[in-house]
Design a protein around this ligand. Structure first.
Ligand SMILES: O=C(O)CCC(=O)C(=O)O
Ligand SMILES: [Mn+2]
Length: 212
């Protein structure tokens, strides 16, 4: 397939999935986004309305240890860590990534959570993406840009733990029903001084939070 780089009209056909030791239902595609695609997204992200909302932990409010924005179709608001996140309209290149994922993997998504980690001090704690509004049976696709970071996966019962170093342009698909049995996290890495962006494309049940 001819590569169109910046246009995002056609991506490279999905490269062979990298083998990992991790038995969780995942597919890792190294270098899914080429350099031009990564740059286009990075530039676009400079204009995203990132926020650092406060969450309640043991009765105390703290800002989350990263910033985030949720782009989604109308009616796809998201409740996450007790935060109610209203959908913001899709920007151009995030939308093109969504289209590529649908074309190349049949992966449907109606929202993407973008997390921005300023450096290795910004983190994401252990969790599963198992919110009630996520469409049962759907996969979650995670795209990484910028700094390389360790992504940890652990089994809820056995606590068996695996580390995947995600680098710029990598795609990690977390297949259904991974979130039921496994958790994931992005731990602190003091030696990392660069910024990392992560896009998780999700399929929500539309209008789940609609009232009346
Ligand atoms: O930044 C990452 O790689 C993980 C993000 C994540 O787990 C999430 O947005 O739910
Ligand atoms: Mn997650």
């Amino acid at each position: 397939m001819k590569q169109q780089g910046f246009s995002f009209d056609l991506s490279q056909s999905a490269q062979a999935a990298a083998a990992t030791q991790c038995p969780a239902p995942i597919t890792l595609v190294r270098g899914f986004l080429n350099v031009e695609q990564q740059q286009a997204l990075m530039q676009e992200a400079q204009h995203y309305p990132f926020e650092r909302p406060q969450i309640r932990v043991y009765g105390q409010y703290h800002p989350i240890p990263r910033s985030q924005v949720w782009f989604a179709d109308k009616g796809c608001d998201y409740r996450y860590s007790n935060l109610f996140i209203e959908a913001v309209d899709w920007p151009k290149y995030a939308q093109r990534c969504r289209d590529m994922l649908a074309r190349e993997f049949g992966l449907q998504s109606n929202g993407v959570l973008v997390n921005r980690y300023r450096d290795g001090n910004d983190t994401m704690g252990w969790h599963s993406d198992d919110e009630v509004e996520i469409e049962p049976g759907s996969d979650i696709a995670s795209l990484t840009l910028g700094a390389s970071r360790d992504f940890l996966i652990r089994h809820k019962q056995t606590k068996a733990r695996y580390t995947i170093a995600l680098t710029s342009g990598d795609l990690l698909i977390m297949h259904w029903p991974m979130q039921q049995a496994w958790q994931h996290s992005l731990p602190k890495r003091k030696a990392v001084s660069d910024c990392r962006l992560n896009y998780t494309f999700r399929q929500l049940v539309p209008n789940f939070h609609a009232t009346g």
